[in-house]
Ligand binder design. Structure first.
Ligand code: GRF
Length: 200
């Protein structure tokens, strides 16, 4: 059985969706550990309530490389095969990315490469795009970069606010993140340049 490591900093709704799909057998893996850089993250409390192994690893005061050495130790000890960033609000160091090369996924609430970084849904709304969405991608040491595994689009409606658009995107995040994780775990892909394409 493959082992997932979840990294989160906040609410944890993507983690919850992943956990539900693991429990339902739609993701061929178990959750080995849930780690947060914020001890008070609601997502960490949800994981604890589910009886999953959790680790709070506060990031304050550490430089990125030093922190990530500790993070790696936690994930290594839990024998994690695939790391899923689920609202994890820190860039990973080059050393971490090298150690877990092609074994880290992220979900971002825009159709990358448009609108990387914070407040992606607000950026999309302000820019006036007519289609917004979300992206699951492999993680490298750059922000919201790395080969794209899956995307889903949603229409931007005339009456949308940041809240209403974010909610519609979030529903798609919850749907495609688990699909992408299952696809990667099954190894049904190869990476050709930046393109993640079907291996069959
Ligand atoms: C999501 O919008 C995700 O795309 C972004 O951060 C948010 C996390 O939400 N990376 P949640 O903690 O999963 O509810």
């Amino acid at each position: 059985m493959k082992r997932l490591g979840i990294l989160l900093s906040g609410r944890g709704s993507n983690f919850e969706a992943i956990a539900a799909n693991v429990a339902a057998g739609r993701i061929p893996a178990e959750i080995a550990v849930v780690v947060s850089n914020r001890a008070g993250a609601p997502g960490l409390a949800i994981a604890r309530d589910k009886g999953l192994p959790t680790v709070a690893l506060p990031s304050g005061g550490f430089d990125r490389e030093t922190y990530d050495v500790q993070l790696r130790a936690v994930l290594d000890e839990a024998h994690v095969d695939l790391v899923c960033l689920a609202g994890y609000m820190r860039l990973l160091s080059a050393g971490f990315v090298r150690a877990y090369e092609r074994r880290v996924l992220n979900i971002h609430p825009s159709l990358l490469p448009a609108f990387p970084g914070l407040d992606a849904q607000a950026q999309a709304l302000e820019h006036g795009v007519k289609i917004a969405g979300c992206t699951v991608h492999f993680v490298d040491e750059y922000l919201d970069a790395g080969p794209i595994v899956m995307q889903a689009g949603v229409d931007v409606l005339d009456g949308d606010t940041v809240q209403s658009l974010s909610a519609r995107i979030l529903a798609e995040e919850h749907r495609i993140y688990s699909l992408a994780i299952a696809r990667v775990l099954r190894g049904q892909y190869k990476i050709d340049g930046r393109r993640v394409i079907s291996a069959f």
